[in-house]
Design a protein around this ligand. Sequence first.
Ligand code: NDP
Length: 247
Amino acid sequence: MVYDLKDKNALVTGGSRGIGAAIAKRLAKDGAKVVLTYSGSEDAAKAVAASINDAGGQAIAVKSDAGDPEQAAQAVRTAVDTYGTLDIYVHNAGISKFAPISEASFDDFRRIFRVNVDGVYAGTKEAVDKIRDGGRIIIISSINAHSMPVPGGAMYGGSKAAVNGLVRGWARDLGRRHILVNAIQPGPIDTDMNPANGPYAEMMRKATAVGRYGKAEEVAALTAFLASDEASYITGTTIDIDGGMTV
Ligand code: NDP
């Protein structure tokens, strides 16, 4: 245990794979009880929960499509029903599609915004009366909210810029309850979404200051810090974790 998250209950959306799976495992390792959601990868999600339980933690996997506002809200109710309270809400579920505006469809745009923005809004709206004072809302955004090194990222970057706006507004709305709201903006992290052997990988690796991809566990470590009491004066901010890609 690095940060003390004992007696904290967490909800992590998109916890079946990649960054979300690493976050679920890390919060559990630091003592939190975890509900993790998935949309399609049931076996992977259950395997993440099982690995947490096998290691002595507590976790369950719940199917919830973040692109459906009612399901996003239901995941919050399930988390509260399961553990009694909610303290840490990590909005990690996300999708991307890179296509220039001449090729992208309006449906592409709406689909990305439904998962990356609508789900965050609907889930937080449900959580706001349920999350305990002193809680944390952490959104996994992206450096593409403010930096766009290649064409085609408008829909994805736009969705991440939108959630950064929510972060600043909600930090003001919830600050007097000491509910702290922040966004993490990863650069290239080796996952199914952005594999370190993918078509853009070499370009991205060279663009970082450190010359490598990040690991999901590195994003999870920052998430655990923001969830902890050590981060008690940080709210309304967006934090890059990108190996210096955008310096
Ligand atoms: P992956 O594609 O590897 O994993 C995505 C996760 O989100 C899976 O658990 C997936 O669940 C879940 N998910 C996708 N759509 C939905 C949905 N509609 N409802 C519920 N869950 C859903 O992505 P990453 O781990 O790389 O990305 C995680 C977050 O980090 C995203 O928000 C992404 O935008 C952000 N990010 C990633 C970067 C990277 O380089 N990897 C860089 C910057 C930001 P299932 O398995 O069931 O489909």
